[in-house]
Ligand binder design. Sequence first.
Ligand SMILES: Nc1ncnc2c1ncn2[C@@H]1O[C@H](COP(=O)(O)OP(=O)(O)OP(=O)(O)O)[C@@H](O)[C@H]1O
Length: 377
Amino acid sequence: MRLYLAALQLESFRNYDSLSIRFSPGLNVLHGDNAQGKTNLLEAIHFLATGKSHRTSRDQDLIQEGKDALRARAEVVRKTGSIDLELQYGHETRKQLKINGIPERKIARLVGSLAAVLFSPDDLQLLKGPPSGRRRFLDLELSQISQNYLHHLMTYNRLLAQRNTLLKQPVVDEGLMAVYDEQLVESGAQLIVRRAEAVRRLSPIAARYHEMLSDGREGLRLAYQSQGADEGGQPDLLETADRLRRALTRVRHEERRRQVTLVGPHRDDLAIWVAGRDARLYASQGQQRTAVLALKLAELQFMTEEIGEAPLLLLDDVASELDPHRRHYLLAAVQEGVQSFITCTDLDDLMVRQWPAEHRLFRVRSGTVNLDEKGLA
Ligand SMILES: Nc1ncnc2c1ncn2[C@@H]1O[C@H](COP(=O)(O)OP(=O)(O)OP(=O)(O)O)[C@@H](O)[C@H]1O
């Protein structure tokens, strides 16, 4: 089973003035020159799935230049029925969510409507880039399958910001600090336990994909690295909270000196080993591509298992970044009962002959999207 996006409407979103479009439940190819709006379209889908853009943390950037507010609306088909999802956001108004026409107070209520795995050229930096990218990879995946996780993540981030502000005061209020510490430990332990469990499950799935992609030559292993968890073990909530509490006590003086919170899930990392070596340090270009692809395919499978339906697969110009062998595996995933959206400037990169019958080809040109009736034939 898969969930799918049947229709999308945009108003004043990036370079889309007004757009209304219906998609294939199978493959959707978005073809056009550079800077026409292909990525903006995937960004809109990601925005509806997660409440956030995948490439900016500044929501204002999404509003069309010269306009006051944007609107994005999706018709999502799930096995339980269809869902009408709407997000509005303005320079003067905060983000507003409606599900089936009913306003929801919390954006976190988005979880459970639309889910997506996005793969863009930036992801190729996942291995060699800073740990924040790898934490984000885990957070995005878990936030989309669990409202509870998203709730803890938002709580943790808020507490962390408050605690860091407190640490910067000339005189630290010890009573308040003790309260923050306890709350931070509580939500932090939740994040660590959920992330570590997800990594434990992702590891063998990613290893399987990796083995296929490297013709069985190289093994891949993932581990969650945290001061609050045993590497590889299955952490227990109380034990993790205890560890975190002890770690906070240990770094107490150092934190006062540096005026920032030094332990917790915001400092953790996802370790990736390829052929027994730390890929974050040693992976070659080719090894990085293979490992990232294996991670993304594993994410898709893991989310499918968790949600009970395959999420959307959004591929932003990645086919051109991969060699034919890796591309073949990626495109095979596209055909296995997943609704996918692929942007490209050159259709030849997509190995058109292998495409399933259930597809639509769209031409994207300066903020307009037109269905090409001939399709990929
Ligand atoms: N807030 C905005 N208001 C209006 N136009 C915008 C806004 N943000 C971006 N754009 C425009 O959107 C276009 C970029 O679109 P997009 O990033 O989707 O390109 P693309 O079609 O994916 O191209 P490429 O193949 O180069 O990635 C640019 O012309 C840019 O000026």
